[in-house]
Every structure is written in structure tokens, then in C-alpha cells.
Design a protein around this ligand. Structure first.
Ligand code: 6PG
Length: 253
């Protein structure tokens, strides 16, 4: 697959500035979506990295139209929402409880008997919400992603069969007990988003960022995110961007 027409890599010296940039970008994208289609659809990721961002967003004075914002999950760990590792549990605690978002605007990945059933039900919810015919995919206005140290994104892990999915919107992923089984959006969904933004921080991510950004042939899950029509942003803090060849890859902010 070709590189998206627009890929921007921004490395921020101060994490505060990164959050301000992302909040502004969220505002711009959501206003445009609401103007054009009446609502703003976004899929959020879990993990450690976005926690601080969600807290800042909840406290932000940027005027965001929460009543017209529909929040989905990019992936979920197969644990109850009350579990410390639940992505929705974290997003609810750090963001949603602090906003006035109508409950019907939050689209969780429910935990049923098996990850497969949860994936099927989530796919049904997406098909219904986006009013999709067979063979169609949703076009999220924005998908916010993170990256794991081995290059996974959402719950698409290196070597996993989920990476070669071409028809399904969501699939189940089986991992060890510590990382939990998961449900994830598939690449065809991620790559049809109008905008995809990676948020990456910490020195432990510097090597994988070099590989993802400077060796696309390595075919890591995060390198396979190439929105066909949309824009792709990598927002990194200084530590995560410390090994990048600044002149060709990244713009320092
Ligand atoms: C998850 C995420 C996942 C995450 C990366 C980075 O459920 O784990 O959605 O894809 O973005 O694992 O996680 P950290 O921010 O915790 O490093």
C-alpha cells in the first residue's frame, strides 16, 4: 500500500504543548465533521499513554460539541469494565465522567461469554450505527492510536492473523493471561478513517518509533496503518522521538 498523501511527524519538547496541539486538532476535526455530517465519530485507545491527555481534555476550555460527539473504542481488553486493565474503565474514569456526554453517544465493546461474541456484537453495533450494507466499512472522523514497544497498535499484534483480516470490522485476538484476550478494530476500518493520530510518549518507545517511521518495510502493525484517503499524524514527546533523523522525518515543536 502507498503512503498516505499526508503524513506528519511532530516531536514536542514539552508534553503540555503536545496535549494542547491534540486538543486543538480534535476541535478542528470535530467542527469540520459536525459541519459536514452533523456528528463527530472518534475511536479511542487505551493503555497508559493517553491517560494524561484524557484528563487534560476533560479539563480543557476548548469548546467541544460533546452532544454531537460519538465515542467508540479502537480496542478493548477482555475484562469487566471495573477491572483496572479495562480500556473503557480508564476512559470512563479519566474522561467521560467529567463530561456531559449523552450515554447513547458512548459505544463500548461489551464483554460477553467469549471475545469472538464480543467482536461480533461490536461489529453489529458499528454496522447499525453507520448504516452499513454488507461489504461496507465505517469511516471514522478520527481514530486515536498508541504503539506498543514491539510495534502493536490497537490490539493488532505482530504476527497475529488479525492483521490479514480484510472483511471483518472487528476481530477477537488471543493473548496470554497478563495481556488479556482482546477485541480490536481491523486494519480496513483503521485505514478508512478520515484522520488517524498516533500519540506516543516515553523513552522506551524511541526504538520502535525509529523502526515504524524510518523502516516502513519492517511491516509492523503500526507501520501498516496507512489511511487510504485520510491524514496520518504521529505526535511524539521528545523521549519517544529521540532517535529519529530529525531532518528527514520529524518536525520539532
Ligand atoms: C491497549 C491499547 C494499545 C495501546 C498500546 C500502547 O489496549 O493496550 O489500545 O494499543 O495503545 O499498547 O500502550 P501504552 O500507552 O500503555 O504503552
Amino acid at each position: 500500500m502507498k503512503r498516505p498523501e499526508k503524513r506528519e511527524v511532530l516531536v514536542f519538547q514539552k508534553r503540555e504543548k503536545l496535549y494542547d496541539f491534540l486538543i486543538k486538532k480534535w476541535g478542528e476535526i470535530s467542527r469540520k465533521a459536525i459541519q459536514e455530517r452533523g456528528i463527530f465519530t472518534i475511536a479511542l485507545s487505551g493503555g497508559e499513554t493517553p491517560v494524561e491527555f484524557y484528563q487534560k481534555l476533560a479539563d480543557s476550555r476548548e469548546r467541544l460539541a460533546w452532544g454531537k460527539t460519538h465515542i467508540f473504542l479502537a480496542d478493548e481488553r477482555f475484562v469487566p469494565f471495573e477491572h483496572a486493565d479495562s480500556n473503557y474503565g480508564m476512559i470512563r474514569k479519566d474522561l467521560l465522567v467529567r463530561l456531559s456526554l449523552p450515554p447513547q453517544n458512548v459505544h463500548t465493546i461489551q464483554i460477553y461469554q467469549t471475545p469472538e461474541i464480543s467482536a461480533e456484537k461490536y461489529e453489529e453495533d458499528l454496522r447499525m450505527f453507520f448504516n452499513l450494507e454488507k461489504g461496507e466499512f465505517p469511516e471514522f472522523d478520527l481514530i486515536l492510536l498508541g504503539i506498543g514497544v514491539e510495534g502493536h497498535t490497537a490490539s493488532l499484534f505482530p504476527g497475529d492473523s488479525a492483521l490479514s483480516e480484510t472483511h471483518r470490522l472487528t476481530v477477537a485476538v488471543h493473548l496470554d493471561e497478563e495481556r488479556h484476550d482482546r477485541v480490536t478494530l481491523t486494519l480496513p476500518v483503521i485505514n478508512r478513517a478520515r484522520q488517524v493520530i498516533f500519540l506516543v510518549s516515553g523513552e522506551e518507545k524511541s526504538e520502535i518509533m525509529k523502526e515504524v517511521l524510518e523502516k516502513p518495510e519492517s511491516n509492523l502493525p503500526a507501520s501498516m496503518v496507512r489511511p487510504v484517503k485520510g491524514e496520518l499524524f504521529f505526535l511524539l514527546d521528545e523521549e519517544a522521538g529521540s532517535l529519529l533523523s530529525q531532518d528527514k522525518t520529524a518536525l520539532k515543536k
